[in-house]
Design a protein around this ligand. Structure first.
Ligand code: FBP
Length: 258
């Protein structure tokens, strides 16, 4: 089934604001300002993001429908060691009732729990697509079998798995090599690719990554810490948008940070 991505993109490009780190990483990512979900939703609104990515608890208490919503359906803490598995904690129906325009699910490609993950995801994919809701997969190759999660073939394999399983968008990590990313995008076929921001980095490095990402054929970024940990989140948003939507270069974008 062809799923419409218009609600969470513009002219085939997209910039999403991720705020599920409270569950995935815990409070170590936060300061006095960004610990407050209302602060993040204000950035999402002012920055006119194509979507904000939340877990259901925060969505139920803070989301006001002013920006499109991607609701994450699974999650886990960083406290548990061992082979990764992120259990489903929200149904597609609940997500739609909360107002989700798309749903998200993390797949740990190569984990010992892969069979369980695939089975859980296939039900989500079927239900979401029946309702016409796009499915975004966080494709994270992890576990004992994965020696290097940034390896070109492992990343490309993960992208292919996303296509084969029926995801509409993949949220992946960039290993810093644009040719590798082009191969990843090719393997994703008609499934679109977005890139995560990662931990806070130098502004110029982030914008250069954004520039590569667009030039490799990705539709944009689904980014969190590099925006809401920034002293000027809206300036950083403008810079990222100028590259993704207006094809500006890094120097031009740098001037917009303020
Ligand atoms: P960031 O841009 O802050 O890295 O957020 C992207 C993201 O995919 C989040 O949605 C998620 O919480 C986190 O990264 C998971 O990253 P990891 O598993 O590498 O800690």
């Amino acid at each position: 089934m062809k799923i419409n991505l218009k609600k969470i993109s513009k002219n085939g490009k997209s910039l999403m604001l991720a705020y599920d780190q409270g569950l995935e990483h815990g409070p170590s990512d936060f300061d006095d300002k960004n610990v407050d979900p209302a602060y993040i939703l204000e950035i999402a609104k002012k920055g006119k993001y194509n979507a904000v990515i939340l877990q259901k608890g925060i969505a139920e208490k803070y989301y006001d429908g002013k920006v499109p919503l991607v609701l994450k359906l699974n999650g886990k803490t960083k406290l548990l060691a061992g082979e990764p598995y992120s259990p489903q904690i929200c149904s597609v129906k609940e997500a739609v009732d909360i107002g989700a325009d798309a749903v998200g699910y993390t797949i740990y490609v190569g984990s010992k729990h892969e069979a369980k993950i695939f089975a859980e995801f296939s039900k989500i994919e079927e239900e979401a697509h029946k309702k016409g809701i796009p499915v975004i997969c966080w494709m994270y190759p992890r576990g004992e079998a994965i020696k290097n999660e940034f390896d070109r073939e492992i990343l490309a394999y993960s992208a292919r798995v996303g296509l084969e399983l029926g995801a509409d968008i993949l949220k992946m990590k960039y290993n810093g090599n644009i040719n590798d990313l082009k191969w990843v995008v090719k393997n994703a076929g008609k499934t679109k690719v977005m890139i995560a921001g990662g931990s806070k980095k130098d502004e110029k490095q982030l914008l250069q990554e954004c520039y590569d990402i667009v030039n490799a054929g990705c539709i944009g970024m689904a980014i969190g810490r590099n925006v809401w940990q920034h002293k000027n989140p809206i300036g950083m948003t403008k810079a990222l948008k100028s590259i993704i939507f207006d094809r500006k270069n890094v120097e031009q974008a740098m001037k917009l940070i303020g």
